[in-house]
Design a protein around this ligand. Structure first.
Ligand code: S3P
Length: 169
């Protein structure tokens, strides 16, 4: 089996990118990287704070710089933030030496998995479901266009998703 140098997970909030990414990395003997968590560590502040102080634009700038840096890290599984596909200049950074996997997830599952979440500023409003629906309509074609593999995650345990992914790599 010849593995890709990098495995990059894309998909919406609540798709399971971090959970599945960590497990997949372990399975492949790769290092797990989580772009949002590394941004937080570097910045010394959490994502809500970055959105608050620097706005979404400031966060997106940090995100592009992080994706650029991490695009050089081989033997890694990278979990990206749900909006990483929004800037066209990020696309070559996501694709570089990588197998891109879209973790495709229904709106219902996204709502369920992000319920009561305080760390996602885009969902801190009266109607997070409407936000997720709107984001999905914009981003689903972008995720799909970038993906080498589309993996459905609804009604599957992370363990099953990882097993199915390993079989397809
Ligand atoms: C975002 C998703 C979040 C995080 C930020 C913005 C988005 O990552 O990057 O809150 O625009 O969808 P997760 O997909 O890991 O929740």
């Amino acid at each position: 089996m010849s593995l890709p140098k990098r495995v990059v997970l894309v998909g919406p909030m609540g798709a399971g990118k971090s959970t599945i990414g960590r497990m997949l990395a372990k399975e492949l003997g790769y290092r797990f990287l989580d772009s949002d968590r590394i941004i937080e560590q570097r910045c010394g502040a959490n994502i809500p704070w970055i959105f608050d102080v620097e706005g979404e634009g400031g966060f997106r700038q940090r995100e592009t710089a992080m994706l650029d840096e991490l695009s050089n890290e081989n033997n890694t599984v990278l979990a990206t933030g749900g909006g990483a596909v929004m800037r066209p200049e990020n696309h070559p950074l996501l694709k570089k030496d990588a197998m891109v996997i879209y973790l495709k997830t229904s709106i219902e599952q996204q709502v369920e998995r992000t319920r009561k979440d305080r760390n996602r500023p885009l969902l801190q409003n009266d109607d997070p479901e409407a936000v997720l629906r709107n984001l999905f309509s914009i981003r689903d074609p972008l995720y799909t266009g970038l993906a080498d593999i589309i993996m459905y995650t609804d009604r599957k345990s992370p363990r099953l998703v990882v097993r199915q992914l390993v079989n397809r790599l």
